[in-house]
Every structure is written in structure tokens, then in C-alpha cells.
Design a protein around this ligand. Sequence first.
Ligand SMILES: O=C(O)CCC(=O)C(=O)O
Ligand SMILES: [Fe+2]
Length: 808
Amino acid sequence: EPYDFLFDTAVEAYYKGDWLSVILNMEKALRNKATVRGVKTRCQLSCANHSAFGEPLDGVGVPVPGAGSVDDLGFFQKILKRADCVTACEAEQLGSPNLHKVSEEVELEFKKRSPYNYLQVAYFKLHKLDKAVAAANTFFLANPDHTEMRQNLEYYRRMAGVHEADFKDLEARTHMSEFLLGKSSYSDDAFVAAAEHFEAAVDEYFKADQECRALCEGAYNYDGYNYMEYSADLFQSVTDHYMQILNCKQRCAVDLASTAGRNKPFEDFLPSHFNYLQFSYYNSEKLEQAIECAKTFLLFHPEDEVMKQNLAYYSAVLGDDAARAISPRQEVKRYIQQSLLEKELLYFGYEAFGITFVDPDTWTPEEVMPKKLRDKQKADRKTAARITEEIESLMKEIETLVEEKKKDSSDMTKMIVPPEGGAPLYDNITVTMTSSQLNGSQRVLLDGVITDDECRELHSLSNAAALKGDGYRGPSPHSPSETFQGVTVLKAVKLGQEGKVPLNSARLFLDLSQKVRKALESYFLLEAPLYFSYSHLVCRSAIEEKQDDRKDLSHSVHVDNCLLVSELNECVKEPPAYTHRDYSAILYLNDDFEGGDFIFTELDAKTVTAEVRPRCGRVVGFGAGKENPHGVRAVTRGQRCAVALWFTLDPAHEDKERIQAEDLLKMFSTPVKAEFSGTEVRDAAEPQGGAAEPPPGGQGTAENRPDDAASTQKPDTHADKGAVTPTAKAKTKPVSKKAKDGDQTKAKTGNNVKAAAKKQTVKPQSKQGDKKNTKAAGKTAKAVAKKDSNKAADPTSASDSANGRDEL
Ligand SMILES: O=C(O)CCC(=O)C(=O)O
Ligand SMILES: [Fe+2]
């Protein structure tokens, strides 16, 4: 059973309070996801042995396509065989190739460990306390800003029957847990145990690396690919794909060095294992191994002075001849060779085709990067430093100005009312209500913006797109009593090109949203142009059997560019809110449904100040800021469709997807109608197209999860916030304090060492006292926990928290 299906079933069960079913389905979803991954890895790996490419270069198996045509055929014959092998292998074990293909939304849910959020509540309700604690902890590690889960964990911590060992990380990866155990033994000076853990970590690292690299050979992400480049010839497109694979393989080093809850990967991760190992072995009186590991570390950093000194010391103690006979680890040598070859190819791709490559490793010898690139990077760095300086000084100036302005405006008794009332620009458009008629500011209600035919066409576009499976369709992120489907402009155009929806409808979608943009610009008398920041065509449908006793809204009250804290009558303009949004407009397409009225409220999210009944051709336009909290009443029957548009005054935040969609349309069809088409000249879309920003208010399944306060986060912007920032300098050189207090070292390592130590002046050096720091930090953490514990509450569940708070 596909895991996205199981995930949805579990979420549905969650809303019904069927906890057993939540557990059964969510556990199965996690298991099946792991199985799919396992099969894919094994298939790639077994097929690699099945037919190796060409003659290996330098003995590391890098493909060398033949130069002549017969060789080419031989090369491609192997590729075909390999493709056949992988496809057959996966099909045999997983069934049809599309069955386990899941949407990005679901992928993201698993990445954010959301299943454990649901499981936590379900386990708790069924009194499986140890499992609830483990699930809560697993979720929290990946979501350290999640307030409710933090409270839950504090609550669990003080519950009878809960043990420290229950706070597991169910998603922990062995190489990382061994590494962390190693580090903790190491800082406790338990060097024998430390060495064991670090050895296990190295073993597991290479296994995980092999897996990660094998999976890179999976599906190629064509999304966001510029169709212009698509006409590339065979070798160019093979190169593009291959470069993506190599880039992915290089990124495995970052992936493996990352762990939930740390917002930065460990620096110099793999090499550091051998740094820790050499010192642990030295302190366990295992000099051969210490030498082997020091030499292995030096493969990465041949010029590392401290390690060279340590090696000299160990060698003197053991005897130089014996030391010379010890080689560094072959496995690591091979790893470095392979990685360096990959880097060389990637840099070649960078120079020759402009395919960006950012080296994730710190140990790469300088000369691997071509000189031209090196010089360019140096120059770029200088420019960047200068720009940063300029920006900082500008920011300071702005801050001062803002402060002064604040003082001025707080003196004024009345706020300035922004101007409005310009002509909406098109003949058929009428202004039905102004800000004052809508009891607020920066609000307008327009009618006649589009015709009945146009409404019908866009309405069918949404349904056709959703039916074809490419427009997002699924449970509503806002209400369990509705389903939700959406299609963006780019999706619509792509579907148009594939012949799945009429291309004209996709064009209409683009054109009409331009019309709304211009009408708004003109009505609000804006001096600067509005840029699209995000657009989508959205339908909300009532689920007939889920309408009894319904009290929720279809879309709870929120503000489009800040986080509404209705309890405080405040709106916080900070990420994860889409703070760059300046204006919003909803273009309605129909009225044959029940409920679904749009409401404006006060900042308390309760007091309704104006209400709008959707109907074809009607637009509600408003400033996206705190003056305009709004929501949508429950849709209790039928389907409500609208085009939701968000605009920004900042060109830097212009929607890249729309530009791409417009370019595509221009390329693939006859010229676009003149009056309100996007005729502005723009730069061509970038090849990889900056990722589109996710829909506002966390569309997609992202919001379906239980404790929802943080779920509107954009993963990228928010990930860094509030998490414990590891200090960049914390990189511990495992040459140690032990050795610094030389006498202790001698005592520990025995007579042999003592004697030799006399000969050798420089002794292994010292890691800095990171143990002390840890202890101090531990103390503060405990103190805080105690203080907080007075007011901890019951573990929050979906309904508990949803009732108590508004959607942020
Ligand atoms: O559909 C509507 O009427 C409003 C939707 C909305 O406010 C939003 O998606 O942010
Ligand atoms: Fe909104």
C-alpha cells in the first residue's frame, strides 16, 4: 500500500478520533516508506554490479563513454540494460512505477516527521505512554520551535512511569547516533568506548553513504526545468542529468552530517571521525590504530600541523619503522579518490556549461577547483563583503529613520488614511463597495471584472487540472469537513502543453489575473507597480457527510502578511509569514454553493466588520497587512472556486513560476491578447527556476497535522529560527586537554610512552575544554525547565489546540 494513501487514511482517522486506526495506518506508512527506499537502494546497487560502464578509470569505476560510434553503442547498450534492470527490479517488488510516487507535499510531511505528531496523540489517548513519549520526542527533534510539543514533553517528563530512556529518536540514523555516543564518551574521557562508537559510526557512515548515492540515481526532477533548454542534444541532456546526479551524490556528505534539531551539519564530519579516533586510540594505548587513524585524517588534511605532530609523536613512541609500515585506511582512500573525481567533473560542468556546483567539503585541495573559478570566487567574496557592509550601514540609517517616523506618527492623533478611489481601469468594472463601506481601510469590492463565460472556463480548468492529478487535490488544509484543490499558473500552462487542459484556459488564467492586478493598482492609486507574488486557482468543496454540527470556518481568520495573534490583538510581521506581500485579491468564479462567505474582522479574529458574498466576476481586494484580518465561512454544500492572488511591491519577490509560465506560453502559442497581457519585458527565466513559494496559509496537506501553531512555516525561512545554534567554533579538535597536562598522559599510557616521550618534545595536543561548556549549558537548561514546569499543561491534541487558538 502506498504510504501517502496510508498517511491520508491515518489523518482522516485522526479527525474521527479513531486512535487505533491512526496508529495502524501511520506506523504502516512509516514502514512502507522505509521499504520503498530500501528496495530502490538495493535495485540501484545490484544493477550497478550487473553491468558496469566502460573501463574503470583509476580503478574507481567512473564511466568513460567511448569516443567512436561503436563504442557509443556499447556504452548505451549498457545503459539500456541497466535501465531495464532497475525498472524490472523495482516493478517486481513495488508494482507499477507510479504507485509509490508521492506528491511533494506528502514527501515534506514525512521530512518534517509529521506522522509522529499524529502518532503522539493517538498513543497518548490509548495509554501507550512510552510510545507517545518516543513519538513526541522524535517529532520535536525535527521541529524544535513547536511550542505545544515542547509543553507536551515537559509534561511527560514529570509523569510517573516515564523514563529518560523513553525519549527516543525513532528516526535516528545509526551512523549519527554512534557518532553522538562517541562524542559523549569522548568528552567523558571514556576513550575505549569512544573508539568503539566512532568505529561503528565510520562503518555505518559508509553504508549510509552508499545508500544515499544509490538513491541519487533515482528520478530526475524535471520540475522547474526551463523548457528552452529542453531542445538540448543527447549529450547535453545526458550531461545535465548526470551533473544533477553527481551534485546529489556530493550532497550526501551534507545529508549524512546533518541531524534533526541541528540547523547546521557537523563541519568536516567524516574526517573528524578519524581525528577523534586517533586520540581515543592513543589514550587506550593502541598506538598502531592511533597511527592508522592519524594517517587517515591526513589523507583529508595533509597539511594539518597538529595532526602531523601527533603522528610524529606516536611514531616516535612506537618506533619509526613500525609506524611507517602502517597505512591509512584503504576505504577512505577510495572514497576520497572517487569524491575528487566527481568534483573535477562537476567543476568541468561549472566552467563549460555554467551548472553551479558548491563543494560541500572543506578538505578539497585548492587545485581541484579550476583557477578561473577560484579567482572569480575570490573576487565575488570581496564584492559580497563590500555589499554586506553597505547594506548594514543602510539598514542602520533606515532604522534611525523608522524610529524618528514612529515618534512622529505616535504624536499624531489620527493615522493617515491611504488614498484610494482611482478608476478601476476597465469599462465593465464597477466599484461596489469602498473601504469605508466595508468598514475598514485599503479594502475594495469590484464587480464585473470577468464575464460568465470566463468564470465557467476557469472553473472547468480547476476541475480538469485536479482530475488529471496534477492540480493539487486532497483534504483541506483548513477544515476536515472540506476538500481542497488548487492549480498554479505554471501547472496550468504545463498541463495545457501536455494537452490535459485547454491551453487557452491556462492563458485566460494568466490574462485575467493581470487584469485584476491592473485594476487594483489603479483603484488604490499606487505609484509603484504591483508584482505577482503567488497566484492560484482554488476550489473548496463541502464533504456532504461531514457537515453536521460544523462550527469551524473554511479558512480561519488570518492576515496575509503577518502572523495574527488574536489573543493579543497583534500581528507579528516576521517569517514564516509572507511578509513581502502587500496586496491581496480574490477573484470569485461562482455562487452555486452554500456558506463560503468572505469576512473581514477586527484583530481579535471574532468581531466581523464586513461580509462579502462571492459571485462570478466579483473581486475583493485589500491591503495584505494587519488592517485586514479575514477568513472564509464554512462551505456547507457544493464547490466554491476562486482565483487567489497576492501581490508585492518588491520586484525581488516576484513569482518566478509566473514568469516561467508566461515564457512558456509565449513560446508555445500565438501571441497573447494585447490589452492586459503581461507585456513587460523581463529577463528570461533562470534555467533551474527559483522554487515557487508555497501557497499562503500553508496550503497543501501541511496544515492537516495536529498541533498546528507552527505549521504555516516555510521550511527554509523558519528552519533557522529559534533553534539552538551550534557555535561555529565548537568544532572540537580531538587533540586533548589530557595531553596538555602532560603528567596525566604519561601516567595513563605507561612506561613505554614515558620513555619515548622524553625523546620527542612535542606531545599530542589538547582538545579544548568543551566538557565544561556542556556542563554549564546543562545547568541553565535544567533551571529553565524547572521554572517552566509549574505551568505545563496536558499534552495538546489537535482539537484541544485548534479550539483554543486561531490559525497563525
Ligand atoms: O477564498 C477566499 O475568499 C479567501 C482566501 C484567503 O484569504 C487566503 O487564501 O488567504
Ligand atoms: Fe487570506
